[in-house]
Design a protein around this ligand. Structure first.
Ligand SMILES: *Cc1c(COP(=O)(O)O)cnc(C)c1O
Ligand SMILES: [Zn+2]
Length: 448
């Protein structure tokens, strides 16, 4: 069987472009592109055969089935020849049941899709493996690409630098000087990326990287590049597969640039197209209230979309006021009978800390999704018997300042951290320790 896919304009302009052509936007209307697959070829294999194939490849030891993304390669990137696949065994992440949290929320089932348990610590790996593999093949085919570049401060640059280094392709990270901590940058620095710190803000960096892409033959890895969404799409497919090819009732996902929710929607849609499921679960996009243009648009019934100035939020990866993928996201939400919620700084921090009491170690963005879930339960949209999946986007280990700041009561916007936990300091005297032990164990434990 042979499969194929191409770029197409999301606004419906005529034209198809090959996926190994350097192209980020529609040449006619400048709107975003999306990857469209040859459905007839995919439909030639019946649903039961697809299920069996994907189950057989799940977490297999042979290349490239070690990767959850490449285990579904026909639905993701049929243009990449196997020898060019650059993978770090991304995807196939756990769908962890958190029964204690579900019980506390008063609902039947909550599972966390652990997309942050990944090579560079965030779901960005799922898309970057597709983008970097494509570029590696383009270079092998004789295309002249000097480097892959992005303007990003966090998880995108970490993923780009790691996959680029593994592929032997140079990477460039462009960021606003003095606004980024070394901790946020240590992954691209360690992986040998060329890091250019400019005297401007994030939008200024974005403008320059786009000009470099146009004039210098540098390949752009920012999220208007729709190849990344093809890899991220597998999150939807994995959730269904891990539930025994059954649907959850709700999927809650944090959103910033809105690529990830667009990918989630595209993943469910593709499963519907192939007859693997009959409908989509409902989707809730969770935004930080400080940067919530999609939430505002949702409250207006999506009759218009307006960008907003993004205020600072602990959920730094979603501090975005002008999301690139808003059109795709609105389409995904409308198809999924979806909703949008927003969480304050205190809500997101408490929700993250609360989930940690059940054994997780959640990043602030996952905290936004968990806070949104609490609101859906309180508002009666999520009902007692519903099965809910929360998409966790990064590892809490990447956000140590947030975690430490919470427990040390140092976060300005979190005046009374509800789940604060601190060491008990005392002399090395047995009796003192003994009374501290029994006093401490009387306090609310993890299951309280
Ligand atoms: C990129 C990112 C997001 C937001 O994803 P979008 O596709 O921009 O909506 C959320 N959480 C983390 C940890 C991220 O790195
Ligand atoms: Zn167009």
């Amino acid at each position: 069987m042979s499969f194929s896919a191409w770029f197409q304009c999301i606004s419906g302009c005529d034209g198809r472009w090959p996926l190994d052509e350097v192209r980020y936007r529609c040449p006619r209307c400048n709107d975003l592109l999306e990857v469209v697959h040859d459905r007839d070829a995919l439909l030639a294999r019946p649903p039961a055969a697809w299920r069996a194939l994907f189950d057989e490849r799940w977490r297999a030891t042979r290349h490239p089935d070690t990767s959850g993304v490449w285990g579904k390669r026909e639905l993701v990137a049929p243009h990449v020849r196997e020898e060019h696949i650059v993978t770090a065994a991304e995807g196939a992440s756990a769908l962890l049941p958190v029964p204690g949290l579900a019980a506390e929320l008063g609902i039947e089932e909550v599972r966390v899709k652990q997309c942050g348990v990944s090579h560079t610590g965030s779901f960005k790996d799922l898309g970057m493996t597709v983008l970097v593999s494509t570029v590696k093949q383009m270079i092998a085919d004789g295309k002249r690409i000097a480097a892959i570049a992005c303007a990003s401060t966090g998880d995108t640059s970490a993923a780009l630098a790691a996959y680029g280094a593994a592929a032997g392709v140079r990477t460039v990270v462009i960021l606003p000087r003095g606004k980024i901590s070394t901790a946020q940058l240590v992954q691209p620095l360690a992986n040998g990326a060329l890091v250019l710190a400019l005297d401007t803000d994030f939008d200024g960096c974005m403008a320059i990287v786009q000009e470099l892409a146009e004039r210098e033959g540098v390949y752009l890895a920012n999220s208007m590049n729709s190849l990344r969404l093809e890899g991220q799409k597998t999150v939807a497919m994995e959730i269904v597969q891990q539930l025994g090819w059954e649907l959850p009732d709700w999927v809650v996902i944090p959103g910033g640039n809105l690529g990830n929710v667009s990918a989630l929607g595209a993943g469910f849609q593709m499963l519907i197209d192939l007859g693997l499921i009959t409908r989509s679960p409902r989707i809730c996009v969770a935004q930080a209230a400080n940067a919530s243009p999609l939430h505002a648009a949702f409250l207006r019934g999506f009759d218009s979309f307006e960008s907003v100035p993004a205020k600072a939020t602990l959920a730094s990866a979603i501090q975005i006021g002008n999301p690139v993928s808003w059109k795709k996201a609105v389409r995904a939400i409308q198809r999924a009978d979806g909703v949008v919620e927003a969480a304050s700084e205190a809500e997101l921090a408490d929700a993250a800390a609360r989930a940690d009491r059940f054994g997780l170690f959640t990043c602030p963005h996952t905290g936004v999704a968990l806070a949104a879930l609490e609101k859906l339960v309180a508002g009666g949209q999520v009902r007692r018997h519903d099965r809910v999946v929360v998409v966790s986007t990064a590892s809490g280990l990447k956000f140590a300042d947030f975690k430490v700041g919470y427990h040390e009561h140092r976060l300005a916007d979190v005046p009374s951290p509800r789940w604060r936990n601190q060491p008990v300091e005392l002399a090395a005297k047995y009796d003192d320790v003994r009374s501290a032990l029994w006093r401490g164990l009387q306090d609310a434990g993890p299951a309280a």
